[in-house]
Design a protein around this ligand. Structure first.
Ligand code: NSS
Length: 447
């Protein structure tokens, strides 16, 4: 195959200033000559005119190519130009009632830069085919909106912690032991011995609070989740704070502060993307109101039992139970004081009621469920040692972590927020794979 057919590398034009497509939807631009560059999103030819919808990262605009101006050969070529061919177009902006968005560009120059023959996504394909072509599927305008919202979520998350006196740190991804239980660990061959991909930065952040007191990190976390669900990824982005001297209540305040700040920034900066995605803004606005309700695990069990859900004290609450519970509230809620047996070894035992731990989850409303898991950490050496044993873990593997309770232990707390879970809820999407460009699940890590 002759690959030179794909690309017109001879095209050079450095002197032009290019407009972003979204800037053209304004009365002030009418009559102005502009140049844009982008990709062909839709095209149709009617008589001697071609209507080409061109997209760039900012939006989509209709370009009209008239054969009486630019010649019949170009319009003929555009008849079967492939979707996603890249183009550079110059012309005058004008109002048009029939153009999507009310404005269009009447081209006086139209150059095809990169051909696109037989773009594999034409519409109507099944999910597995689309995931095989994820590198191309992400060009769909829906994804530019989702990824822009994710950008704002990430930015707001960082901002919140920086504005509240936290230092950003860089914990390792290759780790020696489990933070969240052996069942979801990804083992790797580490120069002939066994290591794991990180499930959480928490244990390392706990070491770093003795240096910087309040720290946070934003890293990938890995979970070898056995089942494929709507809210589990094998690789996700994890935003985790940890603070010395914080009790659980202090950390719950930062958790709700963070969530409401993220929602506020997205409502402010990404409103049009939310509307384009069909999100109910009024429902989302409710998350601005803090404090969020505090619901003890005991109460949650009662609520669920009253709703006819078959659960007992001591059961772990999964997606189904969380859905029922969060339908009872219109803001996120804190769920607290879980039975010790369903939570990790590091959670501090409630000294007045040692069958429960000082842990909290934040559950997003509208059925979305858990977006944050955290709590106060066990800071007593002997209790922590016992908890490791109780959970069938080998204290030798946690020697360094136990050391933190030997040399100047302090009360401290932290949490982890799943970025994709938050984006899923904020955008109102029904599957977590929509929130990450290249999702990783069991049996699928391509492309
Ligand atoms: O397992 S967590 O509930 N808690 C931890 O990992 C703590 N060590 C965090 C900490 O205290 N520093 O996970 C935290 C959050 C959880 O609430 C979800 O929002 C998200 O991480 N999470 C996930 N997102 C996507 N996919 C998967 N598989 C996943 N697992 C957890």
């Amino acid at each position: 195959m002759d690959f030179s057919l794909f690309y017109r590398s001879t095209w050079v034009c450095k002197s032009l200033e290019y407009s972003r497509i979204e800037e053209l939807f304004s009365e002030e631009k009418v009559g102005e000559r502009v140049c844009i560059r982008g990709w062909i999103y839709r095209r149709s030819v009617v008589g001697r005119k071609a209507f080409i919808r061109v997209r760039d990262s900012s939006g989509v605009i209709q370009v009209v190519v008239d054969a009486s101006r630019l010649g019949d050969p170009l319009v003929d070529e555009l008849k079967d130009i492939g979707l996603e061919a890249s183009v550079v177009v110059c012309g005058v902006v004008r109002k048009s009632e029939r153009a999507p968005g009310g404005f269009e560009v009447e081209a006086d120059s139209f150059s095809i830069i990169g051909y696109s023959r037989d773009f594999p996504i034409k519409g109507g394909e099944g999910i597995d085919y689309l995931l095989d072509n994820r590198h191309l599927w992400i060009r769909s305008p829906k994804y530019s909106k989702i990824f822009k919202i994710k950008h704002t979520v990430l930015k707001a998350g960082r901002e919140y912690f920086i504005n509240h006196g936290y230092w950003e740190v860089t914990p390792p991804i290759i780790t020696a032991s489990a933070c969240e239980g052996g069942a979801t660990l990804f083992p790797i061959d580490y120069f002939g011995s066994k290591a794991y991909l990180s499930q959480s930065a928490q244990l390392y952040l706990e070491a770093l609070i003795y240096v910087l007191e309040k720290v946070f990190s934003l890293t990938p976390s890995f979970r070898a989740e056995k089942s494929r669900t709507r809210r589990h990824l094998a690789e996700y982005w994890h935003l985790e704070p940890e603070a010395a001297w914080y009790h659980m209540d202090d950390m719950m305040r930062d958790a709700e502060g963070l969530v409401s700040y993220i929602v506020e920034r997205v409502l402010e900066e990404r409103r049009s993307e939310l509307i384009d995605l069909g999100r109910d803004i009024e429902k989302l606005k409710k998350a601005l109101n803090t404090p969020y309700p505090r619901v003890k695990y005991d109460e949650a069990i009662e609520i669920l039992q009253k709703k006819g859900v078959n659960v007992e004290w001591g059961d772990d609450l999964g997606a189904d139970e969380e859905r029922v519970l969060t339908m009872e509230f219109d803001t996120p809620i804190h769920l607290t004081h879980f039975p010790r047996n369903i939570k990790s070894f590091y959670m501090k035992l409630d000294r007045s009621r040692p069958e429960v731990v000082l842990g909290f989850d934040v559950l997003a409303p509208e059925g979305y469920g858990e977006i944050i898991g955290g709590g106060e950490r066990e800071d007593d050496y002997n209790t922590l040692y016992q908890r490791l044993v109780e959970q069938g873990l080998n204290p030798d593997e946690y020697k360094w972590y136990l050391d933190l309770r030997k040399y100047g232990s302090v009360p401290h707390s932290g949490f982890g927020l799943g970025i994709e879970r938050v984006v899923m809820w904020i955008t109102g999407l029904d599957h977590i794979r929509e929130t990450i460009p290249f999702p990783r699940f069991r049996e699928r890590a391509y492309p």
